[in-house]
Design a protein around this ligand. Structure first.
Ligand code: S3P
Length: 171
């Protein structure tokens, strides 16, 4: 199986779906944010505060380049991975990019109690999330090989849908 890169806005369920795909389909899971935090020995917020966003984005791209040379991985990407064109090229080399979507209200519910999302700090409201999502949407669409809507669906159902769609692509 090619690598599956789960992309999408913060709180669209990438980590949860990656966990389920790993369990049900015997794939190895990579949590990009977790890996980056472990490598830097600090939280994502601390990386942003200490070194700035550009540093984080560079580290993110380096990690993607490493991952794309491997196989049978399900990768939960950071929500901003689509912002760099080079990242899109890296993902396409060895994998399929699956975009997870959710309504801003659903996203807010999922992110509101987590303070390790520096880009949402002080902006935990539907209006801000909607604006940021709208701004990024062209990038998400451009990056996506497949789009999966998650609102109102069970985790296993979403995983089955992803595997079916990838199968239909002939991957
Ligand atoms: C970001 C999303 C976060 C994390 C960082 C930046 C973004 O990942 O990489 O805070 O720019 O959307 P999650 O999507 O896993 O929350």
């Amino acid at each position: 199986m090619k690598n599956i890169f789960l992309i999408g806005f913060m709180g669209t369920g990438k980590s949860t779906i990656a966990e389920c795909l790993a369990k049900d389909y015997g794939m190895e899971r990579i949590e990009m944010d977790q890996e980056l935090a472990e490598r830097e020995r600090m939280s994502i917020s601390e990386i942003f505060e200490t070194y700035g966003e550009a540093y984080f984005r560079d580290a993110e791209t380096r990690l993607l380049i490493e991952i794309q040379s491997e196989k049978n991985k399900v990768v939960s990407c950071g929500g901003g991975v689509v912002l760099r064109d080079q990242n899109l090229i890296e993902m396409k080399k060895g994998g399929v990019a699956v975009l997870l979507c959710a309504k801003p209200e659903t996203i807010l519910e999922r992110v509101r109690d987590n303070d390790d999302r520096p880009l949402l700090r002080g902006n935990m409201n539907v209006e801000y999330i909607t604006d940021m999502l709208d701004q990024r949407w062209p990038k998400y669409e451009q990056a996506a090989d497949l789009i999966v809507h998650t609102d109102g669906k069970a985790v296993e159902e979403i995983c089955r849908e992803i595997i079916k769609l990838i199968g239909e692509m002939g991957e």
